[in-house]
Design a protein around this ligand. Structure first.
Ligand code: DER
Length: 223
């Protein structure tokens, strides 16, 4: 099956984790877009969704699924999102879609994080995918130098030749050449560098379940 069909398979499989009567947390990306399409079939069974990006909000609303403010909910039963990489403990690199800040906020509200991905996202050690980091623009160069001291090469993410501006009005650095052997420690360390809004390592908000699509079908990994 094509990559697109694999994403559709795993997007549909995630419906099993949506609790009727409960608000669902929704991530961002092309795999999540397939989940959103599948979720439309349950729109009368849920009060709505908390969204992690303007892009996902638009897609949810276009399918008649109410989007609720994160401040309106105490907690969520489940958060469904993709990943750029996922290791053997459910730690992820995320942010390829530039939504990492709100993704981490909504993930923190959820009791269960269900990652939906294709098998190409599985890695032994995080860091092969350029690590996204959302930063306050004025801090970008100092943060890039701090990554260089760790062996990473940070570049400003551009869109149409200009620095990409996130939903939160900030910029994104993509850091190549890192080998993140201690995701929890790395996330804690980078989080407290001045000007870092969010680092795209999801270790404190790791996945509890990963639905992994491969030509052999959907595998369920528990962490
Ligand atoms: O940007 C993100 O965090 C997305 O969830 C990304 O990690 C996965 O996007 P994809 O499903 O389009 O590969």
């Amino acid at each position: 099956s094509t990559q697109d069909e694999l994403k559709a398979q795993v997007g549909r499989a995630a419906l099993a984790y949506v609790v009727p009567g409960q608000i669902v947390g929704v991530g961002t990306g092309s795999t999540v877009n397939k989940f959103i399409e599948a979720l439309a079939s349950m729109r009368d069974q849920i009060p709505g969704a908390v969204s992690s990006s303007l892009a996902s909000t638009e897609r949810l609303q276009a399918l008649g699924i109410p989007v609720l403010d994160a401040n309106e909910v105490e907690s969520l039963a489940v958060y469904i999102d993709g990943a750029d990489e996922i290791d053997g403990k459910g730690h992820m690199v995320k942010g390829g879609g530039a939504a990492l800040t709100r993704e981490k906020i909504v993930a923190a509200l959820a009791r269960q994080f269900v990652c939906i991905a294709d098998a190409s996202k599985q890695v032994e050690v995080l860091g092969r995918f350029p690590l996204p980091v959302e930063v306050i623009p004025m801090a970008a160069q100092r943060i890039a130098r701090s990554f260089a001291a760790l062996g990473g090469e940070a570049t400003l993410r551009l869109k149409d030749g200009q620095p990409l501006v996130t939903d939160n009005g900030q910029h994104i650095l993509d850091v190549r050449g890192l080998r993140i052997t201690d995701p929890l420690g790395f996330e804690s360390e980078v989080n407290q560098w001045p000007g870092v809004v969010t680092v795209g390592v999801f270790a404190h908000q790791r996945a509890n379940v990963c639905l992994l699509a491969s030509p052999a079908g959907v595998q369920t990994l528990l962490f």
